[in-house]
Ligand binder design. Structure first.
Ligand SMILES: Cc1ncc(C[n+]2csc(CCOP(=O)(O)OP(=O)(O)O)c2C)c(N)n1
Ligand SMILES: [Mg+2]
Length: 600
């Protein structure tokens, strides 16, 4: 039997090395779904992984890209399936991940006829797949549409989409287009180039870095493969290194000169370093909040980014190096002079030591019933080798950023730029498929679990038996609140908590996990936390660890401005129902800062 277009789409994706497609069926893609189980000619085809919701398929494709560096692929039917993909695709686009969406469409003969489930998909995907979105109307196009969608996604690190009408999927494939005017003859495969700045630019960058006496480094996900080079440069320059959230795994948190995260979810040492530096070296990051970078004019700036578009948009840089971070740093290293005065570095290291003591104290402050920082603190002590961490977007992102100490060889990610809720569990599933022998963690809020995480536990139950290492732990901070936003409303807007929008109904996360055949552990006191992690890490199956945590422990920014303190006061005066405890916990957690205490 000859191949159909549906067969050929899968074979071509197979030729691109795609092993897995995350998706959900529908009549817009029946001709593709049917092809997954036909492979008579021995050409490898990707496997179909069934999720609960197309948005999750896109998150998993993004997670695959983030944790492997390869292409992620998701698939959805026309109309509603295509619409569902969008948020996950935007997550990938904004975090610069190569993801291809294969989407169905109604039959060509019905298009333009207000047909059932007919949506103008090319327009719908025009923004999210702005680099490449095409609808196939003819079998001879398929080869180059797949080739180009894959190559552009990889080359531009972005999202692309191919729309295939359902009747076309059933047609005979045209694997080699006729050699006539108007056909396109493409090939599969992509080699990543080595992108390097010019020698002149490197010299100028070195001059700036050598002239400075207080260098601050900021690294992001673009430096994830340049850990050794970043460490060497930090050593030469006597610099401290702050990490944007997506770059948390660039350097381990136990190095004495790593100031940790930066920004609203950041640390005091990062804040102090940026306030005090005279030179900023930014590598592979588009960290958005300029108020956490030096004041304009305070520091001379050098930036390295693989994508010239991302240069000098957060701080006016003096030298802009377009290049791969590892290669560029390697070329820079011989040009750098070791700074003999280590005073700045020692100051940073002192700050960091005090910060970790403060983190320890904060984690052990009593709370009602559990202090969420303690949960992350106890996990940090037990993190297994090679752990992969996936954090969601609630208050847990603060604790992930500040309290969790990643060690060498670990990975971690979250929805960095879109900062969407609900990425944590599907990211963890994508990570587990990509690295089935590594322990994987999803760090979740209860709101995000209710939004989609509990549904995706069903996917874990469905596929778990194929994973040789069963360590997959879903941590749920059950605070019955949309806590991150509750605190933003208090501190940024000065509004008291509005229970109508912020309170969450309770849900038995651990019990639900047990119903699915997973393990469930629920803890509601501080003494149970450590033993619960031990139990979770030795479980013979994936675990939901539900911790009942205190919503009045504030995930506040590292530095409280006068304006924020005023807003906070106004929330208290405005009659926040938790005013008493809120103030008590805030003062406990942030007392050093309120006192102007630079000591801690
Ligand atoms: C899809 C989406 N909707 C809304 C938001 C705004 N938002 C950010 S964090 C948050 C609260 C998250 O609550 P939960 O998951 O319970 O975590 P918590 O902050 O309580 O720990 C909300 C509503 C978002 N980022 N993404
Ligand atoms: Mg919550």
């Amino acid at each position: 039997m000859s191949n159909s277009v549906g067969d050929f789409v899968l074979e071509r994706l197979g030729a691109w090395g795609v092993k897995r497609i995350y998706g959900y069926p529908g009549d817009g893609i029946n001709g593709l779904i049917g092809a997954f189980q036909r492979s008579d000619n021995g050409t490898p085809r990707p496997e179909f992984i069934q999720v609960r919701h197309e948005e999750m398929a896109a998150f998993m494709a993004c997670s695959h890209a983030k944790f492997t560096g390869d292409l992620g692929v998701c698939m959805a039917t026309s109309g509603p399936g295509a619409v569902h993909l969008l948020n996950g695709l935007y997550d990938a686009k904004l975090d610069h991940q190569p993801v291809v969406a294969i989407v169905g469409q109604q039959a060509r003969s019905g298009l333009g006829g207000n047909y059932q489930q007919e949506i103008d998909l090319t327009s719908l995907f025009k923004d999210v797949a702005s680099e490449y979105v095409q609808m196939a109307i003819e079998p001879a196009q398929i080869r180059h549409l797949i080739d180009r969608a894959c190559r552009i996604a990889l080359s531009e690190r972005t999202v692309t989409a191919v729309i295939v009408p359902n009747d076309l999927q059933e047609q005979d494939a045209v694997e080699v287009p006729p050699r006539v005017h108007g056909t396109v003859h493409s090939g599969a495969g992509f080699e990543r180039p080595t992108i390097m700045p010019s020698d002149g630019a490197l010299d100028r960058a070195a001059d700036v870095l050598n002239a400075g006496s207080r260098v601050a480094m900021l690294v992001g996900q673009g430096a994830l493969h340049a850990s050794a080079e970043v460490a060497q440069v930090a050593e030469l320059l006597g610099a401290g290194v702050a990490k944007a959230l997506l770059g948390k795994a660039v350097l381990p948190d136990d190095l004495p000169y790593v100031t940790g995260s930066i920004g609203l979810l950041g640390t005091r040492p990062s804040y102090n370093m940026m306030e005090g530096c005279d030179t900023l070296l930014m590598i592979g990051s588009s960290f958005p909040y300029s108020e956490f970078l030096p004041k304009e004019g305070q520091a001379r700036g050098v930036q390295i980014d693989i994508d010239g578009r991302m240069l000098s948009i957060r701080y006016p840089m003096e030298v802009m190096l377009t290049g791969d971070s590892a290669e560029t740093l390697r070329a820079l290293i011989p040009r750098l002079q070791r700074k003999e005065d280590r005073g700045w570095r020692e100051q940073i290291e002192g700050d960091i030591r005090e910060w970790w003591e403060l983190m320890d104290e904060r984690a052990h402050e009593p709370a009602d019933p559990i202090n969420p920082q303690l949960v992350l603190y106890e996990l940090s002590k037990r993190l297994p080798e090679g752990a992969i961490m996936c954090a969601d977007s609630g208050s847990v992102a603060n604790w992930y950023a500040r309290d969790l100490r990643l060690r060498e060889g670990m990975m971690g990610s979250l929805s960095g730029t879109l900062a969407t809720m609900g990425a944590g569990v599907p990211y963890a599933i994508g990570a587990k498929f990509a690295h089935p022998r590594r322990p994987v963690f999803a760090l979740m809020g209860d709101g995000a679990m209710q939004m989609n995480g509990i549904n995706e536990l069903i996917t874990i139950a469905k596929y778990r038996e194929r994973w040789p290492d069963q360590r997959l732990v879903i941590l749920v901070l059950n605070n019955r609140d949309l806590n991150q936003v509750t605190w933003e409303q208090r501190v940024m807007n000065g509004d008291p908590k509005f229970p109508g929008s912020q309170d969450l109904p309770d849900f038995p996360y651990a019990r639900y996990a047990e119903m699915l055949g997973l393990a469930g552990i629920r803890v509601d006191s501080a003494e149970q936390v450590g033993p619960a992690w031990d139990q979770a890490l030795s479980s013979d199956r994936p675990v939901v660890l539900e911790a009942i945590t205190d919503p009045e422990v504030p995930p506040l920014p590292p530095h409280i401005t006068v304006q924020q303190a005023r807003a906070f006061a106004s929330a208290v005066i405005g009659g926040d129902e938790h005013a008493g405890r809120m103030v008590k916990e805030s003062l406990r957690q942030k007392l050093p800062e309120f006192l102007g205490g630079d000591s801690k």
